[in-house]
Design a protein around this ligand. Sequence first.
Ligand code: HEC
Length: 123
Amino acid sequence: MKFSLNHLYALVALGIAVCSMDAARADEAHAVKLYNTYCVQCHGVNRDGNGINSANMAVKPRDHTDTKAMGDTPDETLFKAIKGGGLAVSKSVLMPKWEGVLNDDEIKELVAYLRVVSKTTAK
Ligand code: HEC
Protein backbone atom coordinates (compact mmCIF):
# COMPACT_ATOMS: atom_id res chain seq x y z
CA MET A 1 0.00 0.00 0.00
CA LYS A 2 1.26 3.39 -0.89
CA PHE A 3 1.27 5.77 2.05
CA SER A 4 -0.37 8.91 0.75
CA LEU A 5 -0.51 12.36 2.24
CA ASN A 6 -4.19 11.73 2.95
CA HIS A 7 -3.24 8.83 5.21
CA LEU A 8 -0.93 11.13 7.07
CA TYR A 9 -3.64 13.79 7.48
CA ALA A 10 -6.06 11.15 8.74
CA LEU A 11 -3.51 9.92 11.29
CA VAL A 12 -2.75 13.43 12.51
CA ALA A 13 -6.47 14.21 12.83
CA LEU A 14 -6.99 10.98 14.76
CA GLY A 15 -4.07 11.80 17.03
CA ILE A 16 -5.47 15.24 17.80
CA ALA A 17 -8.93 13.81 18.48
CA VAL A 18 -7.54 11.17 20.85
CA CYS A 19 -5.38 13.72 22.68
CA SER A 20 -8.24 16.17 23.19
CA MET A 21 -10.44 13.36 24.47
CA ASP A 22 -7.71 12.44 26.95
CA ALA A 23 -7.41 16.08 28.02
CA ALA A 24 -11.18 16.33 28.57
CA ARG A 25 -11.12 13.14 30.63
CA ALA A 26 -8.18 14.40 32.70
CA ASP A 27 -10.00 17.69 33.36
CA GLU A 28 -13.08 15.83 34.49
CA ALA A 29 -11.09 13.55 36.80
CA HIS A 30 -9.48 16.65 38.31
CA ALA A 31 -12.88 18.32 38.72
CA VAL A 32 -14.20 15.24 40.54
CA LYS A 33 -11.27 15.50 42.96
CA LEU A 34 -11.93 19.21 43.53
CA TYR A 35 -15.64 18.59 44.04
CA ASN A 36 -14.96 15.78 46.51
CA THR A 37 -12.60 18.03 48.44
CA TYR A 38 -14.39 21.39 48.48
CA CYS A 39 -18.05 20.95 47.55
CA VAL A 40 -19.17 17.57 48.79
CA GLN A 41 -19.86 18.51 52.42
CA CYS A 42 -22.71 20.77 51.31
CA HIS A 43 -23.67 19.55 47.84
CA GLY A 44 -23.37 15.87 48.79
CA VAL A 45 -21.73 12.68 47.54
CA ASN A 46 -24.69 12.28 45.17
CA ARG A 47 -24.36 15.95 44.08
CA ASP A 48 -28.03 16.47 45.03
CA GLY A 49 -27.61 19.15 47.71
CA ASN A 50 -27.84 16.69 50.62
CA GLY A 51 -24.30 16.93 51.97
CA ILE A 52 -23.49 16.34 55.63
CA ASN A 53 -23.79 20.10 56.37
CA SER A 54 -27.08 20.62 54.60
CA ALA A 55 -29.35 19.45 57.42
CA ASN A 56 -28.40 22.51 59.49
CA MET A 57 -28.45 25.08 56.72
CA ALA A 58 -31.16 27.73 56.40
CA VAL A 59 -30.72 27.74 52.61
CA LYS A 60 -30.30 24.36 50.96
CA PRO A 61 -27.30 23.88 48.71
CA ARG A 62 -28.19 23.68 45.02
CA ASP A 63 -29.09 20.22 43.73
CA HIS A 64 -26.52 19.84 40.95
CA THR A 65 -28.43 16.88 39.48
CA ASP A 66 -31.49 19.08 38.85
CA THR A 67 -31.50 19.17 35.05
CA LYS A 68 -34.22 21.84 34.85
CA ALA A 69 -32.69 24.36 37.26
CA MET A 70 -29.11 23.74 36.13
CA GLY A 71 -30.17 23.88 32.49
CA ASP A 72 -31.67 27.34 33.11
CA THR A 73 -28.42 28.62 34.66
CA PRO A 74 -25.81 29.99 32.22
CA ASP A 75 -22.14 28.96 32.53
CA GLU A 76 -21.26 32.54 33.41
CA THR A 77 -23.55 32.45 36.45
CA LEU A 78 -22.15 29.10 37.61
CA PHE A 79 -18.63 30.47 37.20
CA LYS A 80 -19.46 33.66 39.12
CA ALA A 81 -21.22 31.74 41.90
CA ILE A 82 -18.23 29.46 42.40
CA LYS A 83 -15.64 32.21 42.16
CA GLY A 84 -17.42 34.93 44.13
CA GLY A 85 -19.80 32.85 46.23
CA GLY A 86 -23.58 33.09 46.55
CA LEU A 87 -23.47 36.84 47.12
CA ALA A 88 -21.87 37.41 43.70
CA VAL A 89 -25.07 36.11 42.05
CA SER A 90 -27.52 37.55 44.61
CA LYS A 91 -27.83 34.21 46.36
CA SER A 92 -27.12 33.02 49.88
CA VAL A 93 -23.83 33.79 51.59
CA LEU A 94 -23.92 30.14 52.70
CA MET A 95 -22.44 29.33 49.29
CA PRO A 96 -18.78 30.25 49.97
CA LYS A 97 -16.54 32.01 47.50
CA TRP A 98 -13.65 29.96 46.16
CA GLU A 99 -11.55 32.75 44.72
CA GLY A 100 -8.07 32.37 46.20
CA VAL A 101 -8.59 28.63 46.70
CA LEU A 102 -9.40 27.63 43.12
CA ASN A 103 -7.96 29.32 40.03
CA ASP A 104 -10.07 30.26 36.99
CA ASP A 105 -9.09 27.10 35.09
CA GLU A 106 -10.18 24.91 37.99
CA ILE A 107 -13.48 26.81 38.24
CA LYS A 108 -14.01 26.27 34.49
CA GLU A 109 -13.33 22.56 34.97
CA LEU A 110 -15.94 22.49 37.74
CA VAL A 111 -18.50 24.29 35.54
CA ALA A 112 -17.89 21.70 32.77
CA TYR A 113 -18.21 18.92 35.35
CA LEU A 114 -21.52 20.36 36.63
CA ARG A 115 -22.81 20.07 33.04
CA VAL A 116 -22.01 16.36 33.14
CA VAL A 117 -23.56 15.89 36.59
CA SER A 118 -26.76 17.74 35.64
CA LYS A 119 -26.93 16.20 32.13
CA THR A 120 -27.15 19.70 30.66
CA THR A 121 -25.11 21.41 27.95
CA ALA A 122 -22.98 24.55 28.20
CA LYS A 123 -24.91 27.73 27.67
C1 HEC B 1 -20.74 25.51 53.05
C2 HEC B 1 -21.62 24.89 52.09
C3 HEC B 1 -21.27 24.93 50.63
C4 HEC B 1 -20.09 24.54 50.02
C5 HEC B 1 -18.87 23.97 50.70
C6 HEC B 1 -20.28 24.73 48.61
N1 HEC B 1 -21.52 25.23 48.35
FE1 HEC B 1 -22.32 25.66 46.52
N2 HEC B 1 -24.03 26.30 47.38
C7 HEC B 1 -24.29 26.29 48.74
C8 HEC B 1 -25.61 26.82 48.97
C9 HEC B 1 -26.29 26.99 50.32
C10 HEC B 1 -26.14 27.17 47.71
C11 HEC B 1 -27.52 27.76 47.39
C12 HEC B 1 -27.49 29.25 47.43
C13 HEC B 1 -28.87 29.83 47.20
O1 HEC B 1 -29.69 29.17 46.57
O2 HEC B 1 -29.10 30.96 47.67
C14 HEC B 1 -25.12 26.82 46.74
C15 HEC B 1 -25.25 27.02 45.38
C16 HEC B 1 -24.30 26.66 44.44
C17 HEC B 1 -24.46 26.85 43.03
C18 HEC B 1 -25.67 27.47 42.31
C19 HEC B 1 -25.46 28.95 42.07
C20 HEC B 1 -26.62 29.54 41.31
O3 HEC B 1 -26.47 30.64 40.78
O4 HEC B 1 -27.70 28.95 41.25
C21 HEC B 1 -23.35 26.34 42.44
C22 HEC B 1 -23.04 26.30 40.97
C23 HEC B 1 -22.49 25.85 43.50
N3 HEC B 1 -23.11 26.07 44.71
C24 HEC B 1 -21.28 25.24 43.29
C25 HEC B 1 -20.43 24.85 44.31
C26 HEC B 1 -19.13 24.29 44.07
C27 HEC B 1 -18.56 23.96 42.71
C28 HEC B 1 -18.56 24.09 45.29
C29 HEC B 1 -17.18 23.57 45.59
C30 HEC B 1 -16.08 24.27 44.99
C31 HEC B 1 -19.53 24.50 46.30
N4 HEC B 1 -20.64 24.97 45.64
C32 HEC B 1 -19.33 24.43 47.65
C33 HEC B 1 -23.44 25.83 49.73
C34 HEC B 1 -22.16 25.36 49.56
